[in-house]
Write a protein that binds this ligand. Structure first.
Ligand SMILES: C[S@@+](CC[C@H](N)C(=O)[O-])C[C@H]1O[C@@H](n2cnc3c(N)ncnc32)[C@H](O)[C@@H]1O
Length: 277
């Protein structure tokens, strides 16, 4: 999407003579009206991109960004400061929940795949897999450097980040919830695995899973079953690991228990093509 130019922001700090625009990416309800200081923008949609006029490199600037939308017949007004720097991208999220803080990164954040996907609510809430279980899932799937790991509903990105850090493989995390996408992107950045890990906002039921050789799941039994037509398309020898939930109709190759803080977790492993139950 082309970035729309907005007026110059307020400044702070010292800068150099070199100038570049700053970029701002904003996630918000589709029909929200957005303004930068007193400049009203005319874009609509769940993700909007803006570009400032050229700014001196090294100096800090900010916009006061306002978003207004209707929710259940009520008018919602929200305001956040977007702190921007020349050549960098800042992401803001306006949600019906608590507003999230902005982040600044050299790498542009990954866009959501489609408006429709942003509107869909998650089929299951975010509950993270304990790290010990993540480690065991990847071990059970015998992940190697040449693998491509997908986590369907990646939450905070811990599975894909661990796969990349521990095994040096490529990994992609998909989540339908923009807040989880943002958390995952932060996690990727914090762990310096941007070269190996991608995070995408997407509904897992719309994905072509064929590029993956390992798929991780922590959804629900009925969601695993719903994914079976997509999972059946994986290359022969691909592995599927699921935390706590089986997949009725597919006989697991292995079932392993892991105790974490007195709680038992089960990991199921299937290889493609799986044996029918
Ligand atoms: C139980 S959490 C698991 C998170 C992560 N995989 C882990 O094991 O730590 C499930 C995640 O799936 C996401 N989710 C739910 N329905 C989804 C859908 N249809 N498409 C993509 N993500 C979905 C939720 O937002 C949540 O982050």
């Amino acid at each position: 999407m082309l970035a729309v130019c907005v007026p110059a922001p307020a400044a702070y700090g010292q800068g150099s003579a070199a100038e570049q625009p700053a970029y701002i990416q904003i996630y918000l309800p589709d029909d929200a009206v957005l303004s930068f200081d007193s400049y009203r923008t005319h874009q609509i949609g769940p993700m909007r991109r803006f570009r400032s006029p050229p700014l001196p490199v090294g100096r800090g600037f900010y916009y006061v960004v306002r978003a207004t939308w209707q929710e259940k017949g009520k008018r919602i007004d929200r305001e956040q400061e977007a702190h921007v720097r020349a050549g960098q991208e800042t992401t803001l999220v306006f949600s019906t929940q608590e507003e999230k803080e902005s982040t600044t990164s050299q790498e542009p954040a990954r866009p959501p795949q489609a408006t429709e996907q942003k509107k869909r609510t998650p089929d299951v809430v975010f509950v993270p897999t304990p790290q010990e279980v993540v480690d065991k899932m990847l071990e059970l799937a015998e992940v190697k450097k040449g693998d491509v790991v997908y986590d369907l509903g990646c939450g905070d990105g811990r599975i894909v980040v661990t796969a990349a850090k521990k095994y040096g493989c490529k990994a992609t995390g998909f989540d339908i919830d923009p807040e989880r996408v943002k958390e995952s992107l932060d996690n990727v950045k914090k762990n310096h695995v941007e070269n190996l890990v991608r995070i995408r906002q997407a509904d897992v039921f719309t994905l072509d899973l064929r590029p993956a050789s390992v798929v991780a799941l922590y959804l629900l039994p009925q969601l695993n079953v719903k994914l079976m037509p997509q999972l059946a398309q994986l290359k022969p020898g691909s592995r599927i690991v699921s935390h706590d939930f089986d997949m009725r109709g597919a006989k697991p190759k292995r079932e392993v228990k892991v105790m974490v803080d007195g709680e038992e977790h089960t990991i199921y492993l299937w290889t493609v093509p799986w044996e029918k139950e």
